[in-house]
Ligand binder design. Sequence first.
Ligand SMILES: Cc1cc2nc3c(=O)[nH]c(=O)nc-3n(C[C@H](O)[C@H](O)[C@H](O)COP(=O)(O)OP(=O)(O)OC[C@H]3O[C@@H](n4cnc5c(N)ncnc54)[C@H](O)[C@@H]3O)c2cc1C
Length: 311
Amino acid sequence: MSVGNTRKESAVVLWREYFPRYEYFKVSSLEEALKLKAEYGENAYIGAGFTCLTRRMRAGKIFPKYIIDIKGVEELKKIESNGDEIFIGSAVTFHELKANSLIAEHLPALRDAALGYGDLELSYRATIGGNIGNASPQADSAAPLLVYRARVVLKSLSGERELPLEEFIVGVNKTAIKPDEIITGFRIPHPPAGSKSGYLKFKRSAEDRAVVGIAALVANIKEPSQRTVRLAYVSIAKTPVYLREAEEIFKKDEPINKLINEAVEAAQSKYDMPVGKRGIDLRATKEYRLHLIKIGTKALLKKLIEGVEVL
Ligand SMILES: Cc1cc2nc3c(=O)[nH]c(=O)nc-3n(C[C@H](O)[C@H](O)[C@H](O)COP(=O)(O)OP(=O)(O)OC[C@H]3O[C@@H](n4cnc5c(N)ncnc54)[C@H](O)[C@@H]3O)c2cc1C
């Protein structure tokens, strides 16, 4: 037997040994998916774009017995507004977020996040529901969704409930979803009139996930008591961070640069990145991330407040 064949055969054996066996269901309606979830509970994983799910299976982190593929469910692909709120279906891809005019007009920070999604080919598969369902500290869409006060819409056969995104992601790859539930989408109130918002992503290369990601929304900046400044961060802690303190800091009648410095310090104090087996977080050191929080927050707010790009 040649060396080439031996390698090929051992690759097949490895694949069989390490890729868990599962039963696969491709559904075409939400009802079908909910019935399967009700029957199989936590043994059944939802697959949307599969960009994270298959990687975690291959890494031996999860062992689904059943996989429910929802990619073909049309009702999960809607982006619509009722005038007060925008609804984004969980199976909407990053590419669709980039190309949608409602998102471009009303939720520019989410559009920035979609534009910055690392891999062009994968952006046609990776979904917003999978991004939040995976609950990674680097999830780009989480920071914009936090500053827009998005609520996660969850459905099971027994009904529908909503949770603020802040309460939905509870740890690294951990969410508050129940075993029989599916994320059907996100409800987002229309941002305040005249507000500006954006997302700034630092990454090591064009395809990379965030080393630090920052979303901001500002409105009525000249009038302290009316002022709204919201800030959220990804890749600085185990879960995405909504900087609640910023809301109060920016209500003070003090020079704006002083308030920005205060907000930067508050954001830096949230640093709590998980470390890997080797005791380090591979993308960046703590010091570098703290530096990026500082220059990124200042640059993003300067752009939104003064229209000046400094990075
Ligand atoms: C090369 C590469 C580059 C990447 N670049 C980025 C990047 O730049 N930014 C970024 O944020 N991420 C990035 N990712 C991570 C990943 O692509 C995203 O998190 C993506 O949005 C996941 O979506 P998906 O549809 O593929 O999810 P899937 O892999 O299908 O699912 C992910 C998890 O969410 C659950 N899930 C999915 N949909 C639902 C639902 N409707 N209800 C309940 N649970 C659900 C699944 O069960 C699974 O646990 C990258 C991944 C790769 C492999």
